[in-house]
Design a protein around this ligand. Structure first.
Ligand code: BTN
Length: 236
């Protein structure tokens, strides 16, 4: 926790945009109560109703190898921060690459951006409000007997994340792979992976390789997918 400095704002365009300003360095964490121009992966808008959690962390970017584990360290930190708040019967999963699901509905998402020698890691979590979207989504407080505030979650996350960050720094994704796999949704299921170019690959979700890529077994062979959105095939 000690290496983090939290900068809190009421309103920002986006904590990502703020975090890219030159005064922020590794360990700075920018959070806002709401955002007017929040965005997610692939430039999609990220709604920011008051009551949910929005923050961006700055880390040093040490090269492509860093990307093979950092997103997983963040996701596992979020998982640990949330798991012990949920009552029995609620199923918490990680969904490749970096989402958290409760009972198969999206709770949080992560956006990783490289800004020269910095990584800007944006996290949005539905704490109090379930946004209206065309995907199954949920909010933490819809699943818990206790009502949490966004500000309760951030320090919990940072302490768990720091542990996974140290694991990744020492031994990369290989050291967190078993934990990630044991928490993952859709392993062994037939899924569709929508690639950045719009193509869809369909096959069985076999594994994650040591570079953090999704191993997909298709009729035309095995693909190691580094970037995609995945869906259970029957939900297409
Ligand atoms: C996703 O597409 O699932 C990732 C969503 C990331 C949203 C967060 S909210 C805080 C930070 N600021 C942004 O504008 N985006 C990220």
């Amino acid at each position: 926790m000690d290496r983090f400095r939290i900068h809190s704002f009421d309103v920002l365009d986006s904590t990502q945009i703020q975090a890219k300003k030159p005064q922020y360095h590794a360990g700075d964490v920018i959070t806002a109560i709401t955002q007017t121009a929040g965005y997610g992966r692939r430039g999609r808008a990220w709604q920011a109703p008051i009551g949910n959690l929005y923050f961006s962390m700055v880390e040093d970017y040490t090269g492509p190898e860093h990307l093979s584990w950092i997103g997983y360290a963040v996701t596992l930190g979020l998982y640990d921060a949330i798991a012990e708040l949920l009552p029995a019967g609620k199923v918490l999963n990680v969904k490749w690459p970096n989402d958290l699901l409760i009972n198969h509905c999206k709770l949080s998402g992560i956006l990783l951006e490289i800004d020269e020698d910095r990584l800007i890691i944006g996290i949005g979590m539905n704490v109090a409000i379930t946004p209206v979207t065309d995907q199954p989504v949920t909010a933490l407080n819809s699943n818990t007997p206790v009502m949490y505030e966004a500000k309760d979650i951030l320090p919990r996350f940072l302490s768990f994340y720091q542990r996974w960050y140290e694991v990744g720094q020492a031994n990369g994704f290989a050291a967190m792979r078993d934990t990630w796999m044991s928490r993952a949704a859709y392993i062994g299921n037939e899924i569709s992976a929508r690639l950045a170019n719009g193509n869809i690959l369909t096959g069985v979700f076999k594994d994650i390789d040591n570079q953090g890529a999704l191993v997909l077994s298709t009729e035309s062979g095995q693909y190691n997918v580094t970037s995609a959105d995945i869906y259970l095939k029957e939900k297409e």
